[in-house]
Structure formats: structure tokens, C-alpha cells
Design a protein around this ligand. Structure first.
Ligand SMILES: Cc1cc2nc3c(=O)[nH]c(=O)nc-3n(C[C@H](O)[C@H](O)[C@H](O)COP(=O)(O)O)c2cc1C
Length: 255
């Protein structure tokens, strides 16, 4: 069983690569064959055609499409640029030849690294999972990463990679005779994945939580107070106040 990792960063040895390596270590621990490809090594071009999605394959090198089509599971890691995945990764998603019936039930795992301020770690990983969803893949464990959570993410991705490899032993396609008939099953699966519905307030809460955890026991008391107040505001459904308080927590702890 082949677990294929695609690295979307133009940097071969950046953090997206580290995340992919962690997932592949986990997959290899389960006896999977693993392979890693860097998009920057291929001539992936932006879609500039006039037709529909099927024309996209002209913009993705055939060997890259073939590698994806023959994989039993997919790992996709990407850097966050201005709150979203980088263009190279999006161009790959737009053009790789993986028809939906072939994507149906393909085990998939994605991680996005917002390695600067951390902003965009959720919106970035959500973009990857939008693609998994539209291809009707069976995606697991969305992994939003900042530099404050990198060590934890590397650990959790090893577990996720191992889980992904185990899923290849018995691939479970979504039920339905065609892609339209499968949506109820697909939607139900994605409804249970974490992070996919979270907006900016939740993103700052997550970053605040990561910074608090990193700061440890000696953490600034004012930051803890604001974070607790943010959680209380979210609990009573006041996301605007929760977001304001979470950004204050972040501002105190950001380094
Ligand atoms: C054009 C550009 C925009 C960026 N925007 C963000 C951002 O919105 N949020 C963030 O946390 N980091 C941002 N970064 C930093 C990258 O996410 C960070 O360098 C990351 O580690 C890149 O992934 P890589 O190490 O795999 O190359 C940006 C970097 C570039 C080059």
C-alpha cells in the first residue's frame, strides 16, 4: 500500500516538508510503502483554459497526476501565505487529474503551516479539506500548525499517518451509484471533522491556547485572565467579544 505525500512549499526543507515527513514516518511504522513529492519539482501551471475542470489536467504534469492516481492514501502539506495555502498548492489542486469516482473514499490527511504570525493556520488547512471534500476523499485529522504548535503537530501527524496507513488496508468508499448520490454520506463524514467550520475568532482562540501552552506555568497572569474571559464569552455565544479577548491574549504572549 502506497502512502504518497505531496509537499506544496517551494522550499524543499521547510516546515511543510517536516510535517509530511512526520506523517510518512507514522505510515511507514504500519508497513506502508511511502513516497514524497515536492510540487516545486514539477511544472504545475495555473489554469488559464477556457473549459471546465476536465481541461485542468493539461496544466498538471502527467507523471504527477499518475502518482496521485496510483496512491492508496494521500498526505498534503502546504505553507500558509496571507491566510490561505500558497498558489502552487492551489494550482496543483485545480489541475491534478483525479476524477471524483477515483477520489471517492481515498484516505487523505492535510496540514497547513502558518509559520509567521500563525494567522491563517485554520483558514489554510480548511482550503486543503475543501479540496478533499470536493473530490469525495475520506479525509481525517485536519492539522492546523503554527510555529507555536510545531512540536506537538509533528507528534500528532505521526499518529495520523499511522492511522491513514491502517485505513488503506480496507478502503471504505462513500455509498451511492454516482457522485451526486454520495453527497449525503460525504457531508455526514465531514460534519464530524474538527476545525472546518471555525472562523477568525476561533483561530485566535486556538493561537492563544497554543501560546499559553508554550509559555508554561510562568505565563503572564493577564493573558490567562483574558483567555478565560474569551472562553466564557464564546460559551455564551458572544463570538465577537471572544475574538477581541483572544487577540488581546495573543498580543500579550506573541513573540
Ligand atoms: C508570501 C508569504 C505570505 C505569508 N503569510 C503568512 C501568513 O498569513 N501567516 C503566517 O503565519 N505566516 C505567513 N507566512 C510565513 C510562512 O507561513 C512560513 O514561512 C512557513 O514556514 C512557510 O512554509 P515552509 O517552511 O514549508 O516553506 C508567509 C510567507 C510568505 C512567503
Amino acid at each position: 500500500m502506497l502512502v504518497l505525500a505531496i509537499v506544496g512549499s517551494p522550499r524543499h526543507n521547510g516546515r511543510s516538508n517536516d510535517l509530511a515527513e512526520a506523517a510518512l514516518r507514522g505510515a511507514a511504522s504500519q508497513g506502508a510503502t511511502v513516497e514524497k513529492l515536492h510540487l516545486i519539482d514539477f511544472d504545475v501551471r495555473p489554469f488559464t483554459g477556457q473549459g471546465g475542470s476536465e481541461e485542468g489536467a493539461n496544466y498538471c504534469p502527467a507523471e504527477l497526476s499518475e502518482a496521485v492516481a496510483t496512491a492508496d492514501a494521500l498526505v498534503l502539506t502546504a505553507p500558509v501565505y496571507w491566510g490561505d495555502i500558497n498558489g502552487l498548492t492551489k494550482d496543483f489542486m485545480d489541475s491534478v487529474a483525479l476524477p471524483v469516482p477515483q477520489g471517492n473514499g481515498l484516505p487523505a490527511l492535510g496540514a497547513a503551516i502558518a509559520g509567521g504570525s500563525g494567522k491563517g493556520l485554520l483558514s489554510g488547512v480548511q482550503s486543503i479539506y475543501h479540496w478533499f471534500y470536493h473530490k469525495q476523499m475520506r479525509a481525517i485529522d485536519p492539522t492546523p500548525v503554527s510555529r507555536f504548535s510545531l512540536a506537538d503537530a509533528l507528534q500528532s501527524l505521526e499518529h495520523s499517518g499511522a492511522r491513514l496507513a491502517r485505513m488503506t488496508q480496507q478502503r471504505v468508499s462513500f455509498t451511492g451509484d454516482n457522485s451526486d448520490a454520495r453527497w449525503p454520506d460525504v457531508v455526514a463524514w465531514y460534519a464530524n471533522l474538527p476545525y472546518l467550520r471555525d472562523g477568525p475568532a476561533e483561530e485566535f482562540l486556538l493561537l492563544a491556547r497554543q501560546l499559553l501552552r508554550e509559555a508554561g506555568p510562568g505565563v503572564d497572569h493577564a493573558a490567562v485572565e483574558r483567555y478565560d474571559a474569551a472562553l466564557a464569552a464564546r460559551e455564551r455565544g458572544d463570538l465577537a467579544t471572544a475574538g477581541r479577548l483572544a487577540t488581546e491574549t495573543y498580543r500579550i504572549l506573541f513573540h
